[in-house]
Design a protein around this ligand. Structure first.
Ligand code: 5AD
Ligand code: SF4
Length: 440
């Protein structure tokens, strides 16, 4: 038997959806009467894990080992440990067997966390990796105070089955939350102080409801919430990029000019092997249509180098695609075989030194384009949503409409929308000069 925890800490790894889930778990435990605490002395530590790449499971085991060692040295006994997130879903039994943690809970079952914690306190190891459709959100408490930017999960899961990806197995099939529930949550977030909401989903642009509404209908409705200044969404799949959503980028002022649209590779041969169901040409044509609707849109993407069978020629195609697009920013990763995915068993796995070299070349090209994009923004006048203090006194840091970090030398408050002129650009951020007093 362990004492019933009175304090908790949640550590989230990986994507923004995990950040959102971590916030919801914290709200849930607060409703149960627990108080948030630092991980160094919380009674319960929730590790909200990510399984998308490299050695995820080993990392969880080493985190657990470290927490136990530190805490036993500090207060003689370890905290209760709950493993949540995608590693919990994929490796639940193994985690219990090897690390003897108290609770294992998957991404679709975390509304049951308080019950599982109570079971663990009563002496049983509690595991819940069920995937009930749609029950989780209804069981979660109302949103608490948030900062000026907030995440809102509208869609979960993936039916695309890209051959390298573990998400369809850990997060399950594509499920869209109901329209009204999302609008209510958005209003609650705005009431709690959010000025910007980022709609989240593994395939957020596949969001649809039973009345045939799509993400653009949702965006147009959210646009009418007074005080909600900015709407963003991520992550999108090229095949779900409906014309209605492209049109929304032209018409809806609060929809920010930013699109994260992963492509993964520039080689048609590899896109096929990845089961991406788009090719290089269809992707580039899609971006042309998006740019026609919103010429200043900042484009972002994801890339994988070293997918099984990737030749030098395939990789050159990726570099050529990068040159053709001119991304404002992008993420790039070395391919990592994920247990249970088709690509993990493919022939021609690529040697680590080849992957390293390709990743370096790709990142050099992406960094070059990011700097060029930032430099091209110098001289523009735009709104910056202030998020936090900068490094130096009197300096505040916020985001431009194009999701660039902007440092403003002025006494703005967090949540202000500052009208600035962008005056200088670096690879990761810009500086801005205040033009008029902040409008609340
Ligand atoms: N190896 C490397 N990168 C991966 N991603 C997904 N699965 C893998 C994998 N097995 C990347 C893709 C995806 C992003 C979220 O993570 O680029 O878009
Ligand atoms: Fe993974 Fe592909 Fe689904 Fe994205 S679209 S979550 S990469 S399977």
């Amino acid at each position: 038997m362990k004492p019933v925890p009175k304090t908790f800490a949640v550590k989230s790894f990986g994507c923004q959806m995990n950040v959102y889930d971590g916030e919801r778990m914290a709200e849930l435990m607060t409703r149960e009467g627990m108080t948030p605490a630092d991980a160094s002395d919380a009674d319960l530590i929730v590790l909200n894990t990510c399984h998308i790449r490299e050695r995820a499971t080993e990392k969880v085991f080493s985190d657990i080992g470290r927490i136990r060692k530190d805490r036993r040295a500090k207060d003689g006994r370890g905290p209760m440990i709950a493993v949540a997130g995608c590693v919990a879903q994929a490796e639940g039994e193994e985690i219990i067997r090897r690390a003897k943690v108290d609770v294992v809970v998957g991404p679709q079952a975390y509304h049951n966390l308080p019950k599982l914690v109570a079971e663990a306190a009563a002496g049983t190891t509690a595991l819940d990796t069920d995937m009930p459709v749609g029950s989780k959100f209804a069981a979660l408490p109302a949103r608490r105070t948030v900062g000026p930017t907030a995440f809102l999960t509208v869609q979960e899961g993936c039916d695309k089955f890209c051959t390298y990806c573990v998400v369809p197995y850990t997060r399950g099939a594509e499920v869209s939350r109901p329209f009204a529930a999302i609008v209510d949550e958005a209003k609650a977030l705005v009431d709690a102080g959010a000025r910007e909401i980022t709609l989240l989903g593994q395939n957020v642009n596949a969001w649809e409801d039973t009345d045939g509404r799509g993400l653009h209908d949702l965006i147009r409705t959210l646009d009418r919430i007074p005080s909600l200044a900015r709407i963003r969404y991520t992550t999108s799949h090229p095949n779900d990029m409906a014309q209605g959503l492209i049109d929304a980028h032209r018409d809806v002022e609060s929809l920010m000019p930013f699109l994260h649209l992963p492509v993964q590779s520039g080689s048609d041969r590899l896109l096929k092997a990845m089961n991406r169901s788009h090719d290089r040409t269809s992707y580039l044509q899609l971006l042309d249509r998006v740019r026609a609707a919103r010429p200043d849109i900042a484009l972002s993407g994801d890339f994988i180098v070293g997918f099984p069978g990737e030749t030098d020629a395939d990789f050159e195609e990726t570099l050529r695609l990068v040159d053709a697009v001119g991304y404002a920013q992008a993420f790039s990763f070395k391919y990592s075989p994920r247990p249970g995915t088709p690509a993990a068993d493919m022939a021609d796995q690529i040697a680590p030194d080849v992957m390293d070299e390709r990743l370096q070349r790709l990142q050099a090209a992406l960094n070059r384009d990011q700097l060029a994009f930032n430099e091209s923004a110098v001289g523009r006048i735009c709104d910056v949503l202030i998020e936090r203090p900068g490094k130096f006194a009197g300096q505040m840091l916020g985001k431009s409409p194009w999701l660039q970090s902007v440092l403003v030398d002025s006494a703005f408050a967090i949540g202000d929308i500052a009208r600035v002129e962008l005056t200088a650009a670096g690879p990761k951020s810009l500086t801005g000069r205040q033009l008029v007093a902040a409008a609340a």
